[in-house]
Design a protein. Sequence first.
Length: 607
Amino acid sequence: MDRVDIEAEQRVYDELEERRLLPGVDWRAILAEGVRALAGETLPLIDVHEVAYRIRRALDARRPLSLIRLGDGEALTLAQGLVLSPDEAARRLPLLAETKVVSPSFGARDALLRAIGEADLIGVPLARLENFQPLLAQALDEAGVRLPRDRLTNSVVNYQLRDHGYWTDLLAGRRVLVVGGPGTSFAAWLQRHGVDVVGAVGPVRGYPDLEPALRECAGFRFDVALVSAGVTACILCPRMSRELGVVAIDFGHAADETLAGEPLFKRVRRPEGPLALADLNDIVLRAHPGKLAYAFWQYRDLKRSESASAGRYTALYEDGGGIRRWSFIVKTHRPEALAAEARGMAWARESAAVSVPRLYAVTERYLAQQDLEGTPLTRRARPAWRRAVRALARFHAEMRADAGKARAGRRAGGAAGDGPAAPPVETLAARRGQAEDILSRAERVASRMRPQDRELWHEILREWRALDAFEPADGDLALTHGDLHAHNILVPDDPAALPALVDWETAAERMPVFDVSHLSDGLPAAARDELLAEYARARADAGWPCRPRDLVHDYNGVHRLRIVEMTAWTLADAAASDEPQRFDDALQRLRRELWKARDVPARELAW
């Protein structure tokens, strides 16, 4: 546990005041739940792509627009006489020479308050350090000024525009005026790089220079002004935009960084990940006919193995005079695995108990599907687990095998292409046969094990032989997910929204307790008992009751069968490698899995 974890857990301890307990919930889950509880008080931020789009639209239409950015200097300027005494403000402000404000300066403070009300885009600090977001919020509250919900962006958006390659598009073919900052040096740099610079105004040493600078700017014909003048830039940009009818941008230290060697005209990032741009545009057009991607894609790896990957693409497209952000998930795998997942999603979508991703495209190379809202269950607290278990029980009740036969009959009698054929059936006997095949592969490896490690193999065999006597008490089947680990369940913040289940390639009709067993992986015994009890209650509420004794009996047998499969598979997989370290890692995993096997709940539930 590092220092941050220790400090955070201490704060949780202090808040609970030694009188309450949150067992099994770490500070990250508590923080996430707290943020969700305060979601109604959050303010939305316009991202860099929408900011670039608004600037471009204003320039194309020759409409005025101003962008200002509030940082620690602006917060200190606003706090003068409101939150901080003049003496305290005077003590702090000299530490920030770039503010170009001398305290006390109540004229600059009041002009900045007016500018916040007039600016079209306002960058606000995300940093929660003393002189940033907290001080800004206090000063605005004291002044009776509310930040506008529809005009806020990140205070470092000037750098984000550079890093995402937008300045190339925004300045090409525009008449540019440089104001303040490095002035003529920056103007000369822009000219050398092909920008039409009409002039440079400055220096702007502080608030007293505001009016002379504005009069000098009025002597030029330009489309966009890049202003670097500390706090004064926030006051100057809205005035310039309103009085001269231009786009005025608080450019800040981006000019200094450019002269220091940081590239201003970076190339627009192309998408990473497994797909070509043509594939991505095809998916966008399938989901949003007639809409093409705007200018930028993002890719984030979600999961990767030797044979498969899953990642999230975020596309931007133009619609209705604005930019729409849209995300979708792309999976790569073997063609047969992708086809199996598409079929599983189609079967599961007949349920009204859970959300299932919409399928956009499936080829031999990839599967593109809807990016559903929700946080993985692995990062949610206990109420979300109960919600997910109840949804799973309703899903099983809806999708039980007898009802599945009726659905298959309806499809067979409908039009061609109404849906896939009935899902495959996986009996317990077939699952045992699969486990026996894995054990046979693993047995060839046992001779390579050191004498002190062979006991592990004997433990696996003892577990396997103990399963000979296992017969299910409730052999009814239902459509099941088949790989329902907690990371494959997404729980939305909206309590009325359905939990979402993803990764459907192993869907089949089998004993529902297999899904319950997967979901319980990694939980302590007491939490597993609670999960089983919640599942049984929800199954009864959904009209498909199961006897508690039978549920526990079947869970114990199925969970042990799965552990035998996993441990034997680990050993067999290690045999394919000649790397000693990989083999030793497999042995360590075997020990962990066998330890978990001893922790399977074996008692009846209390009802």
